[in-house]
Design a protein around this ligand. Sequence first.
Ligand SMILES: [Mn+2]
Length: 367
Amino acid sequence: MTCKEKGTPRFPEAEPADYSRVTTPNAHLLLPVSLSPEAATPYSEAATRIAAAQTVILTTHLNPDGDGIGAGLALQLALTRMGKQVRFLCPSKIAPGYAYLPEFSSIRVMTEAAQAAAEPRADVIISCDAGDRERIGAVWGVARGTFINLDHHSTNTNFGDLNVVDLSAESTGVAVSRLLTCLDQPIDRLIAECLYTTIVFDTGRFMHSNTTAHTFRWTAALLDTGIDASAINRKLTYTRTVKDLAIQKLGLEHLRVDDQEPRLAGIVLTAADIAAVGEPEDWGDLVEIPRSLRGNEVAYLLREKRNADGTVVVRASMRSNPPYRIGDVALAFGGGGHQQAAGATIPGDLATVLPDLLRRLRATLSL
Ligand SMILES: [Mn+2]
C-alpha cells in the first residue's frame, strides 16, 4: 500500500443535525506534501500490515496523557469502522478527566504480566506515543504478530517490528492522521475530537516550541469536521479537584530558584512532603509553576518516591525553552522525551540525585 503523495483523505458527508458548521474537505493538509518518501515509507508499511489484520490491539504509555489516549482512541474509531476487532489496553490507570473522549469506557487497564499472558493474540499491536518498550508496562507481554511503534519522540528506541517514529509530528495524533491517510480513512467528527485532544495536549495549548504553521492548518482541518474546540479545551483544562489545588499549593511552597543560575527554577518534593497531602491521581502541569517565572529558561519538578520494596527513586519532569535542551539530561539519567520536554525516573533519594541533576541542568544553560 502506498501513501498518495498528494493524498486527499476523505471527509465524510456533513454530520447531521447537531452541528451547523459545514464540513470542508480540505483534509489534504493532514498529510502535507512535504512528507519525504523516506518519512512516508514506514507509514505505508504500517498501513499494509494494518489493512491485512483482523485483530488489533492498541496501547499507550504508563501514566497516559492526552496524546497517547487521544491517538489510540482515534485509531480505535477508524479501525473499528474498517471492520477490525480492536482492543485498547492501557498499562496504567487513566486520569478520569479524559472520560469525555469517544469510546473512552472501552479502554481496559492492564497492569499485570499474568493479564497480558492471558490476553488473546492479536495480528497487530500499535503502541501510541511510547518512546521505549518499558513505557508500555505489562502490555509488552501480549501475544501478537507485528508490533507497530507509532510515536514522535526523538529518543524513541525503535523497539517495534515496524517503527513509525515521525519527529515532524507535533503529536502522535498527527502521526495517526498520516497513517489514516495511507489507509484511505476519512477523519470524522469523533476521530477529530480525539485528534484535537492530542494537539492541544502536546503543544501545551499551542504554546510549546513544536507549534508551527502546519499545526494550525492541521488543527483547522479538524475544526472543519464540526468539533466544539472550546468545549474540548474546557474539558481538558478545567479538571482540577480540591486535592489537585492542594498539590499546586504544595508546589508553590517548594518552589526554588537556583542560587547559581537564575534562569533555572524548580519544585522539589520529598517523599514526606508528598505523604503529607497524599499522592494525587495526576501530577498534571506542576512543572509549569517554575516555568511561568519571568526569565525562566529551564524548569524541573522532582518527586521523591519510596517504593513498596523500600527502594527510593526520584521522578524528574523537565522543560526548557529553545535553544536550551534538557532531553539529553533525561537520557543521561535513563529517561527520555523531547529536547524541550522530557522526564526520567532516577534511582536514589533526593540527597543523592539532586546535586548531580542540578549541575547538569545548569550546564544546559551555558551554550
Ligand atoms: Mn506525544
